[in-house]
Design a protein around this ligand. Structure first.
Ligand SMILES: [Zn+2]
Length: 312
């Protein structure tokens, strides 16, 4: 206290509850006995009560309040000097300085400081909470983004694998179809081979070797197999060249000088050809068989290029 008789300097802090317990008790005792100081405290309470900041303000530690108050008091006491004459005469014993007038100013400053301080604390706490929420939100966002990126990457990998699997599947299906065709071809060839063999080996089958013409290769030979009363005709050929482009070996049957195209013959790389066909009529109704090298589209009558021929 600056004044030993009247605790003027301590009254604002007393009203604001900023004094230590023992000092507060001392001020309270003085106020009870001193109407002048009591009036001062009342006037200060009025000022404080008018300040919106004073109500509900956060309570900083008493030590902080006192330091703040002391700082404000020191400043206000100086700046308040010119205003002193406007106030009622101060009892000389109260102070050598115009502290009495300075008190409301100090109180206002202190209350504002405390109020703003509280508002600042509040704002800072709010800011801290928001910052924490923002940090949490950022973390969540980062996590989601990471998961999304992983999902995208995973999705792309899955799509790539799916595409590869689909390509593999299509490839496998194509291979399977090819295999099925090969199997069917082999089965057909097998059946055909069996038919050849069983037909040729049948006891009622008769065979005839065809004669070669001057247009046949030297070692060419052809043989036909047939059964009386049946339409089936089997032809086996060896030593024949493959037909030149645009031409084809064709099998003819003739009777009464009328030739009928029965089928075409494909010679393989080894010079071998085999053909099994059914003639329009039983084989014993025909009197001639002939194999010619014809133009591809020549089907109405045999060309002059006769390779094999025989009378039946
Ligand atoms: Zn007093």
């Amino acid at each position: 206290m600056l004044n030993n008789d009247h605790p003027i300097e301590s009254i604002p802090a007393f009203v604001l509850g900023a004094l230590d317990a023992d000092e507060a008790a001392r001020v309270a005792a003085h106020l009870a006995a001193c109407p002048s100081c009591r009036a001062e405290a009342e006037s200060f309470r009025t000022v404080v009560g008018m300040l919106p900041y004073a109500a509900g303000a956060a309570e900083p530690p008493a030590r902080v309040k006192r330091q703040l108050f002391a700082r404000i008091a020191a400043t206000s006491a100086e700046s308040a000097v010119p205003a002193a004459p406007e106030r009622p005469v101060t009892p000389p014993s109260h102070s050598a300085k115009p502290v009495r007038w300075a008190v409301p100013v100090m109180a206002l400053s202190l209350a504002l400081a405390l109020g703003f301080g509280a508002a600042t604390f509040e704002a800072r706490a709010q800011a801290d909470r928001l910052a924490m929420e923002l940090a949490t939100s950022r973390q969540t966002l980062g996590l989601v983004e990471t998961q999304l990126a992983e999902s995208r990457q995973s999705g792309a990998e899955v799509a790539a694998r799916l595409m590869a699997s689909q390509q593999q599947l299509a490839h496998t299906q194509a291979q399977l179809a090819e295999s099925q065709r090969e199997v069917l071809a082999l089965q057909e060839a097998g059946q055909q081979g069996e038919q050849f063999v069983s037909f040729i080996a049948a006891p009622q089958t008769v065979s005839r070797t065809l004669g070669t013409t001057g247009q046949a290769p030297d070692k060419a030979s052809a043989r036909v197999f047939m059964q009386p009363g049946h339409n089936r005709l089997v032809v086996l050929i060896h030593g024949l060249h493959t037909a030149e482009p645009g031409k084809v070996y064709r099998l003819w049957l003739a009777r009464d000088n009328q030739a009928v195209a029965i089928g075409t013959i494909t010679v393989d790389e080894d010079g071998i050809a085999e053909l099994a066909v059914d003639a329009p009529e039983p084989m014993d109704t025909y009197d001639q068989v002939m194999i010619t090298l014809d133009a591809m589209d020549m089907t109405t009558r045999p060309s002059d290029e006769v390779i094999f021929e025989a009378n039946l």
